[in-house]
Design a protein around this ligand. Structure first.
Ligand SMILES: Nc1ncnc2c1ncn2[C@@H]1O[C@H](COP(=O)(O)OP(=O)(O)O)[C@@H](O)[C@H]1O
Ligand SMILES: [Mg+2]
Length: 351
């Protein structure tokens, strides 16, 4: 019993002021009050315990929420990355679709044009011969000298026309041949290839090819070959064509810049090979040419896009290279700065 109530209880016991009945009545009240106090104390204690438990629960909930928030943040980042990957994949897909359809279109058109072009070439050639014969026959005729001269002159013009038709027809044929070559499926087989040796070979090939056409052509060649490169399984002729295209473009670019008459300019093409950290073989062809203007950067991989004068470019080199590299599961990228130069990078997966 509560100490104060106990004291009152004792005092009441000793007191003579109240009758026994009254004393008992007061004692009952005191007991009643004590019971109330005990219940209240118990309830208070219980409330305190509930409070403590609630605090613990709250803390746990907060911790859990925090964990969930972090998980959501991570998911968000992953989703963002997936979105970016998807966008890149989509862009790549659109590009390759465009390339594929252009390739098919090219092959179709080339086939259609090849036949009539053969007629043009053959008949113009025949006509040149016929005109010559005609000239001889006219010589034998007995007509006025003045008329003879006039007819000969006409025949001469006709011969020249036929020769022009034949010349340009042949040029058209060579373009058509290029188109067919472009869409032609590769016939080579994959074999373990030493990329450094291949790059070196095609660098020389490109250089001497240009020298043969233009005696004045000159440029410095530099190579940085990674000796640790593994042999790679691919079609050497195909990758060789890519290298030849890219290196020839680079030489052409530095030569153009050189011809524009800058002093202190040293035309230079650098070929680098390297094994990247994520197990890809990188081949870079760098030139210090004029660079590629922003306005045409998006177009250079399109078939037939060329800025070179007629007879010097078909516009098929980069488009063909792009297709070949893609068929090898690789990537072909360009990095260029106006007046500074251009780097074409081929990335090929090892295996
Ligand atoms: N290294 C380079 N420097 C500057 N421009 C380049 C380079 N390589 C390619 N180009 C540009 O890309 C165009 C397309 O190249 P390509 O497909 O090889 O066709 P082509 O060489 O027949 O013109 C070129 O006409 C040129 O404008
Ligand atoms: Mg080219």
């Amino acid at each position: 019993m509560n100490q104060n109530l106990q004291n009152i209880f004792s005092l009441l016991e000793q007191s003579d002021a109240l009758s026994i009945e009254k004393k008992n009545l007061v004692k009952d009240w005191i007991k009643e009050v004590d019971k109330h106090i005990v219940t209240t104390e118990f309830k208070l204690d219980r409330t305190e315990k509930v409070k403590r438990t609630t605090v613990i629960l709250l803390e746990e909930t907060i911790e859990e929420l925090d964990l969930k928030r972090k998980a959501i943040e991570e998911t968000n980042i992953a989703l963002q990355k997936t979105l970016e990957d998807l966008k890149a994949a989509q862009a790549q897909l659109i590009q390759s679709e465009k390339m594929a359809s252009l390739g098919e279109l090219t092959a179709g058109i080339a086939h259609e044009i090849q036949n009539p072009l053969n007629f043009v070439n053959n008949f113009s050639e025949l006509s040149v011969d016929l005109a010559k014969e005609l000239k001889e026959e006219v010589g034998k005729l007995e007509i006025a000298e003045k008329d003879k001269e006039y007819v000969s002159e006409i025949i001469g013009d006709l011969t020249q026309n036929q020769e022009k038709i034949n010349h340009h027809g042949k040029r058209a044929s060579s373009i058509v041949k290029g188109m067919l070559e472009h869409s032609r499926k590769s016939s080579g087989t994959k074999e373990p290839t030493d990329i450094n040796a291949l790059a070196d070979e095609y660098l020389r090939l490109a250089y001497h090819g240009l020298r043969a056409k233009d005696k004045d052509f000159n440029a410095t060649m530099e190579t940085h070959f990674d000796p640790t490169l593994p042999k790679m399984d691919f079609i050497p002729q195909d990758i060789g064509r890519v290298l030849l295209n890219l290196i020839t473009n680079a030489f052409y670019a530095v030569n153009e810049k050189n011809l524009s008459g800058l002093d202190m300019y040293e035309p230079k093409v650098i070929v680098t090979t390297q094994l990247t950290t994520n197990n890809q073989v990188l081949i870079a062809i760098k030139d210090n040419g004029p660079g590629i203007p922003d306005a045409i950067k998006d177009k250079i991989f399109q078939p037939f896009f060329t800025t070179k004068p007629t007879g010097q470019g078909t516009g098929l080199g980069l488009s063909l290279s792009y297709d070949i590299v893609k068929a090898h599961g690789g990537e072909l990228k360009v990095d260029t700065k106006q007046n500074d130069g251009t780097i074409f990078t081929i990335l090929l997966p090892v295996n």
